[in-house]
Unconditional design. Structure first.
Length: 654
């Protein structure tokens, strides 16, 4: 008779293997909201790449149907209430798709929008821009984004090239479109009807007064007095800009957007920036066929299935998911099914590494990319520090396993491993921490500037706890296997990284996170990093967070943290224990080698929660973006619990 731990491990292993793609990768959807889908559809309409195929129209409607809240609104993220920004764009998109105003899908939406403070007039700046592009919002109410900033000397502390890459490329697109007061025609009759449905008497709306209002995500970061002053002055300049300077700035912004598309096989950094680039190209004289081809290339961001229809994802997470899935499989017995799965994923991951540097003609303002891994398959050529570090860790651990050698038809050469290490080292900041896409470029205080009324941490790419932890762990693994390669530099880097992590520890023992929720997420990464780097488990940096985890274990044996803890800056317990968070806590506890009773209780919770197919049910979001966006990484609930149960079974704790 099969024991319960063995049965649980076998079931979760089988489920994890079923989720692997034929090419060897794992890739789960990263769920946010319908905003990107709305922008995607509206861009097709604005650029007259229209109509959408009938099957796509049905799939798009399906997604709006399954994501709409009972009050008629659409949420900002899976665990939030209705959002004026997301809802207004969804409403306009559905009407553009031909949904009638009295259709139940949108009829109650108008009442919800009208009932919000300020109504649609108070939509955040990002939404205002999109409505203005569609001729549904007057540019007098849109916050100025002067393209001229790009002409300043790069030494200027807030030069656009010093901003985080996502903010930087969004700036290039928004500054160009606003500088041209761009407007696309939805058709006179539909435009008139939409203006009336959104605002009532459109002609009487005072858009100028709406300009200074906060968006719905307000008071998260205090509005900076310098920025308030700038926003009062800019409208004066906008009335009569220096035409030659404006034109030169617009040219530079457009060139950077096109460079990004050329460097990334048309994908761009993200659909957010790539859609803006297509709109800019259309008004910048690029032939219609080329614009439509650029828009077609963005189909890579689509995600479609029977259950939830067609949506657009903000990023694809194939390299990230595959690295962690490999770690989960490595914790399991090397069965006839597991070994070839590891081999296939290993080779997919090796092929996803970026070997070549960007061509100088499209590299302006960007750091090097050679040696790195992207969050996705590498097609968009924006590698990330922790994605590279986690891929490197997974590959090194596979190399440690002689029993897997036959599955490795092509072993990654040492030169490529050295290249990855060089990429990671290049992302370390002066404070010892590691940024995500790039080394920190702006002054420390710039990260606190409120450059958006929707996000609280989007200004710069600064040091992050999780990125630092992943990089420290990978460098420590490399150093133990390649002691003669750049040993002094790597030792210094690891030491600085450890010091950075320890400095981030709070008085209660926890560590904050930037990309996951929140203290539970960071605990997993920090403990893994510190122990791998040789820090003793009795060190306060480890022992403190272990005590914190034990103190926050719920009565059912699991762990659950609410997404609001990110904004609150303190632990907020979720009403229900979460599979992914429980797995993070268990992996940290087991890595530190202690608290067996807490581990057994956590494993018992995961075992009881497991679904009949060997996976775990969909629960609350566990990822986060820019401080306000909760993201549901769909594979987290399968990969991390399987990994935790595998480690527990191997340790006799299951």
């Amino acid at each position: 008779m099969t024991s319960m731990p063995a049965a649980t491990t076998a079931a979760s292993t089988s489920h994890l293997l079923r989720l692997q793609h034929d090419d060897g990768r794992w890739e789960g959807e990263m769920v946010w909201n319908t905003m990107l889908l709305s922008q995607y559809v509206l861009t097709h309409r604005m650029l007259e790449h229209w109509p959408l195929r009938g099957s796509d129209v049905r799939a798009v409607r399906k997604h709006y149907e399954v994501t709409q809240l009972p009050d008629g609104s659409w949420p900002f993220h899976p665990d939030s209430g209705g959002s004026v920004d997301v809802t207004a764009l969804a409403y306009v998109t559905l009407r553009v798709l031909g949904v009638l105003a009295d259709d139940p899908l949108v009829a109650r939406t108008r009442g919800w929008m009208a009932a919000q403070p300020g109504g649609v007039l108070a939509i955040p700046s990002w939404g205002r821009m999109w409505l203005a592009l569609a001729g549904l919002y007057d540019y007098r109410g849109v916050t100025s984004i002067p393209a001229e900033l790009v002409m300043l000397p790069r030494a200027f502390p807030l030069h656009p090239y010093r901003l985080g890459c996502h903010t930087r490329y969004a700036y290039f697109g928004m500054a160009w479109l606003q500088g041209r007061k761009a407007r696309f025609d939805l058709g006179e009759a539909l435009t008139i009807r939409l203006r009336e449905e959104l605002f009532g008497d459109y002609a009487s709306v005072d858009f100028g007064r709406a300009r200074g209002r906060d968006g719905e995500v307000q008071a998260l970061v205090p509005s900076n007095p310098v920025l308030r002053f700038v926003n009062r002055v800019l409208p004066i300049y906008e009335r009569s800009p220096l035409r030659r300077l404006r034109n030169a700035a617009l040219r530079r912004c457009a060139d950077r957007l096109v460079d990004d598309l050329l460097a990334s096989q048309g994908q761009g950094l993200s659909p957010v920036t790539s859609l803006l680039a297509c709109l800019v190209m259309a008004l910048d004289g690029v032939p219609r066929e080329a614009v439509h081809a650029a828009l077609d290339a963005l189909n890579v961001w689509e995600w479609k299935d029977e259950l939830e229809g067609l949506r657009v994802v903000g990023q694809r997470s194939s390299a990230w998911d595959t690295s962690f899935a490999l770690r989960a499989l490595l914790s399991l017995p090397p069965s006839p099914a597991v070994v070839p799965a590891i081999g296939a994923a290993y080779h997919w991951l090796c092929d996803a590494q970026l070997e070549q540097e960007l061509d100088e003609s499209v590299r302006t303002g960007r750091d090097g990319v050679a040696g790195g891994w992207c969050f996705s398959d590498g097609g968009h050529r924006w590698p990330v520090s922790d994605c590279t570090a986690e891929a490197l860790s997974a590959l090194l651990l596979i190399h440690d396993r002689p029993d897997l050698s036959k599955a490795l038809v092509r072993r990654l050469p040492d030169s490529r491993i050295h290249q990855a290490v060089g990429f990671v080292l290049a992302r370390q900041n002066a404070d010892g921490g590691f940024g995500a896409y790039e080394r920190e470029r702006a002054p420390k205080g710039a990260a606190r500037l409120r450059l958006s009324d929707m996000y609280v941490d989007c200004a710069t790419d600064h040091s992050h706890v999780e990125c630092t932890a992943s990089c420290v762990a990978a460098l420590a693994r490399f150093a133990s296997r390649y002691p003669d390669h750049c040993s002094a530099e790597i030792e210094a880097s690891i030491g600085s990284g450890v010091d950075f992590l320890v400095r981030q520890q709070r008085s209660d023992g926890a560590y904050p996170a930037a990309w996951g929720i929140n203290f539970t997420y960071s605990a997993f990464f920090v403990v893994e990093a510190l122990i791998t780097a040789g820090v003793d488990r009795t060190h306060p940096g480890v022992a403190g967070v272990i005590d914190w985890l034990v103190d926050h274990q719920k009565t059912d044996g699991g762990w659950g943290e609410h997404c609001s803890s990110v904004l609150a800056g303190r632990y907020v317990e979720h009403p229900e224990s979460q599979a992914a968070m429980t797995a993070w806590a268990l992996l940290a506890l087991m890595r530190a080698g202690g608290q067996p009773q807490a581990v057994r209780r956590g494993v018992a919770f995961l075992t009881a929660l497991r679904s009949a197919d060997g996976g775990w049910p969909r629960q609350s979001a566990s990822g986060v973006l820019f401080g306000t966006v909760a993201l549901d990484y769909r594979l987290y609930r399968d990969i991390f619990p399987a990994w935790a149960i595998g480690v527990a079974a191997g340790s006799g704790l299951a």
